[in-house]
Design a protein around this ligand. Sequence first.
Ligand code: PGA
Length: 258
Amino acid sequence: MNQPLAGKRIVGNWKMNGDLAANAQLLRALVDGLQQAPTSHVGVCVPAPYLSQAAQLLAGSPVCWGAQDVSAHASGAYTGEVSAHMLRDFGVRFVLVGHSERRQHHAESDALVATKAQQALAAGITPIICVGETLQEREAGLTESVVRRQLAAVIHANGACTSEVWVAYEPVWAIGTGHTATPEQAQQVHAVLRAQLRAAVDRADRVPLLYGGSMNASNAAALLEQADIDGGLVGGASLKGADFLSIIASANNAAATY
Ligand code: PGA
């Protein structure tokens, strides 16, 4: 049976930014700013070397921590890779899988992304599957077919377990550019993803659909009001404590209007 989600999800993606001192300041600002437990689910995906710092500073707080990538392999001769089991050792709640920067700069295929999702699920970690079209693909009218193809690979490899993943729609042209999708553009793609999930798995409405791409303190409220936008994956604005807290406040308000 489909059950609607309670609360929005706001996840920060720090990308390759930060150092011990800056992270400590940011995480403390976040925890201090969330004295009252938020109605939204909040998390940050930090670079792997800082997972133990995040675990230490966030334990017992309402903020979860996650990683930005995971190996497609369980263990062995894969120099430089980090397995899902290793992430688990650091109390990781979720992991980004198939972010467009990895698809683009590390040639990650749809099939590889699907395998990474499998590894995360097997370790009890929620994979946040990132999908999204390039500007060229949007202009060629391929947006729906691209995101559907990317999600189909995950559904194909994970079957019924797909109801345990989260999905982030991140149009590549909106990431780090300041050009956010309009709430209507984002909602349109989210509705396509929702329909695809409903056709494929039971309990599809449990799958949170996050929007990402230049989400900030001023545009978050309008995006989060959309029917199929269950949260946000926030890059640049998650590095500024006040901005990230303001996005979380918008999420709390949006959730309250359910
Ligand atoms: P941005 O990044 O918010 O800086 O556009 C989002 C992301 O890449 O996850």
